[in-house]
Design a protein around this ligand. Structure first.
Ligand SMILES: O=C([O-])CC(=O)C(=O)O
Ligand SMILES: [Mg+2]
Length: 506
């Protein structure tokens, strides 16, 4: 028997984590072969190197035979700039950075967060075609409060409790400044920071650096796109929706804020009025004006409405048209909740977005069963298709950020954008939803097919780049397009997309 191809090797492994280990090995040993596999078999390979398997890899990071692909910066390092300058590639255009405090829905995984930075950055290449050498995953290690990790002799990170307050912000500032000094035009994607830092981090740097937070803004964008597609099926307007969120962290309030912006831009509502369409529950029940215990990011959503203790009570009281799960509470969308949604909506919108699969608020099967196949469903992690009532195959839509952030990032890179505006996310959401075929949306496929991710990203990149070179977009028209009356963005972007060596063996 001849030597197995890389794809056959992957398929021959028995467990997802073995497939992951093999692929990480391939990435280090034969980069072109790895990227060719990723680009040609994106649908099959991505769930292994990214959500959901990457979650397990992060959890087991310290006990797996893994050599990091990314850069591990420790708070104790005397000079970040020296470490950046020693990186083998000096034309880095995008950095995905995490401090590992809230990895997916799995909590504080300390230096295991390296896995998520490495996983996310792959999407820039797989989806948008950014050259892998221009991509740098960074684990910014400020310690961990995970006792199991602190006690683990094999723990690969700084064995100290997490820095807090001024000490924490000093490390972040040192990182951001060193990065800018090293590569002035690099885009920074913040990934899986805890709520108590994520909002502040974004506010602090979004004016002075080209950066965004994937969990706040990327998730918001893909969810808004899914909602827009769902509304094409129900025939409703965004301005008629009551959207209930289970969970009031960065994903939830990020989505609600983008919905408010969409309502403002597209329906003329004030941002304040727009926010009223979004109702939140956190671990203590309904977020409302009578609550005195709310963190700042929840306060804009504390409407003057009667307090409810449970999600079911809140659904019965407010009859939402859409339910969005961002709580990481498996089972939160119980049969009772789902049936109550079906009782007040012919086609309830049900988005259990928490990751990975084990944290989803309900499964696809549960949503379909309770709604008799009527729910318009999208989850954060993939669910397999099921057979519906009359034997028809029902497909679960996946609200995967991967449709969004690589294209927005690529547009920012190509236009050397100084910042990324909220409008970029709004434009991307609209464009993605418009790319979803109506007939497909009726069948529950609220996003374009994943196998067309590269074509989708190309179109999104062009759309966002056009916005970025417009007034207040923060970007510059690339030299190559400067002389053209009607710049051919498609040709320009396509030409810039990375293509692995054709002779790289699969
Ligand atoms: O990784 C994903 O698919 C979405 C995400 O950013 C998260 O859950 O933190
Ligand atoms: Mg994330």
């Amino acid at each position: 028997m001849g030597k197995l191809t890389a794809l056959e090797e992957v398929r021959a492994k028995n467990t997802d984590i073995d497939k992951y280990l093999y692929l990480k090995h391939l990435q280090r040993e034969s980069e072109p072969a790895f990227y060719r596999l990723l680009l040609q078999q994106t649908e099959e390979i991505l769930p292994i190197v990214y959500t959901p398997t990457v979650g397990e890899a992060c959890q087991r990071y310290h006990r797996l035979p893994l050599t990091p692909v990314g850069l591990h910066l420790r708070a104790t390092d005397p000079c970040f700039l020296t470490k950046l300058q020693a990186w083998p590639h000096q034309d880095v255009r995008v950095v995905v950075v995490t401090d590992g405090e809230r990895v997916l829905g799995l909590g504080d995984l300390g230096a295991g967060g390296m896995g998520i930075a490495e996983g996310k950055i792959l999407l820039y290449t797989a989806a948008a075609g950014v050259d892998p050498q221009a991509c740098l995953p960074v684990m910014l290690d400020v310690g961990t409060n995970n006792e199991t990790l602190l006690a683990d002799p094999l723990y690969k990170g700084l064995r100290q409790r997490r820095l807090v307050g001024a000490d924490y912000w000093e490390v972040v500032e040192r990182f951001m400044t060193s990065l800018k000094q090293w590569q002035p035009h690099t885009l920074v994607q913040y990934e899986d920071f805890a709520n108590h830092h994520a909002f502040q981090l974004l506010e602090k740097y979004r004016g002075s650096h080209c950066c965004f937070n994937d969990d706040i803004q990327g998730t918001a964008c893909i969810t808004l796109a899914g909602l827009m597609s769902a509304l094409r099926v129900t025939g409703g307007q965004l301005s008629e929706q009551r959207i209930m969120f289970h969970g009031a962290g960065e994903a939830g309030t990020g989505i609600a804020e983008l919905i408010a912006i969409a309502l403002h831009r597209m329906h003329g509502l004030s941002i304040e009025e727009g926010r009223k369409h979004c109702i939140f529950l956190d671990s203590k029940g309904l977020v409302c004006a009578s609550r005195g215990d709310l963190q700042p990011h929840k306060q804009p959503f504390a409407h003057d409405i009667p307090y409810q203790k449970t999600l079911l009570d809140a659904v019965l009281e407010f009859k939402p048209t859409a339910l969005i799960g961002v709580s990481t509470m498996r089972g939160a969308f119980s049969e009772g909740v789902l049936k109550a949604m079906s009782a007040c909506n012919r086609r309830p919108i049900v988005f259990p977005l928490s990751n990975p699969t084990t944290k989803a608020e309900c499964t696809f099967k549960e949503a379909m069963r309770a709604s008799r196949g009527c729910a318009l469903f999208a989850s954060g992690s993939p669910f397999p298709s099921i057979r519906g009532p009359k034997g028809v195959e029902l497909h679960a839509a996946q609200a995967n950020n991967a449709y969004i952030f690589p294209a927005i990032g690529f547009a920012a890179i190509l236009t050397r954008a100084s910042h990324i505006s909220d409008d970029a996310f709004l434009v991307a959401a609209k464009c993605l939803s418009e790319m979803t075929q109506k007939a497909e949306a009726y069948r529950g496929l609220l996003f374009p097919r994943f196998q067309s991710i590269q074509a989708v990203s190309l179109k999104l990149t062009c759309e966002v780049a056009r916005l970025m070179v417009g007034p207040d977009g923060g970007g510059q028209l690339p030299e190559e397009l400067a002389g053209q009356t009607n710049p051919d963005w498609e040709a320009f972007v396509a030409n810039r997309m990375y293509k692995p060596l054709p002779n790289a063996k699969l």
